[in-house]
Design a protein around this ligand. Sequence first.
Ligand code: COA
Length: 184
Amino acid sequence: MYLQTARLVLRNFMDDDLETFLAYHNDPEVAKYQGWAIPYPRDSAKAFISAMKEMAAPKQGGWVQFAIALKETGELIGDLGCYIKDDDARQARVGFTLASKFWRMGYISEVIPYLLEYLFEDMNVHRVVADCDAENIASYRTLEKLGFRREAHFVESYLMDGVYTSEYHYGLLQREWRENLKQR
Ligand SMILES: CC(C)(COP(=O)(O)OP(=O)(O)OC[C@H]1O[C@@H](n2cnc3c(N)ncnc32)[C@H](O)[C@@H]1OP(=O)(O)O)[C@@H](O)C(=O)NCCC(=O)NCCS
């Protein structure tokens, strides 16, 4: 995987990403609504990079995550992932994370359309979904800006650190993505 946007590069993870990846995974603000516990262990980060660095394309039944880096400096700023359903190659799930010092600069809105374009047009995916904590404003605003539709609000459905939190589920169809592009 290697593609460029105006300010960013989406590429495979590399061994040199370890320290930065560990740093943002261990930032409580970044981890607040995510599925991992902190401290996030160095061994897990190493295993993750080792598994992801050779991944060329999403495979059914497993997550593939790509590194987001600044085009100008090469600095790793976050990651973008997708999962193709194991029993349906035309349905995908996406997820995204940025290191907190890079929030609110439009970076995620700049890069996700490239992943969606890849899923909808190159892989002919029919439907992409994403979910987030109902308090994760940054996440659901990002999804809504990209045209995702809120399809469900599950109340106190997810146990996190001993507390039941609520979730929003979002969906976007291939034909909606195409229609939205025409209107931009
Ligand atoms: C979610 C995340 C990737 C957003 O990245 P970002 O680059 O800051 O997002 P953008 O700058 O592209 O903003 C996208 C939209 O969300 C809005 N937004 C972003 N953060 C916001 C916040 N804290 N409060 C309100 N709106 C917010 C932006 O204003 C923008 O909408 P607009 O263009 O209409 O103004 C980032 O906050 C993050 O990494 N959070 C921690 C990890 C996480 O929770 N990931 C999602 C798991 S489901």
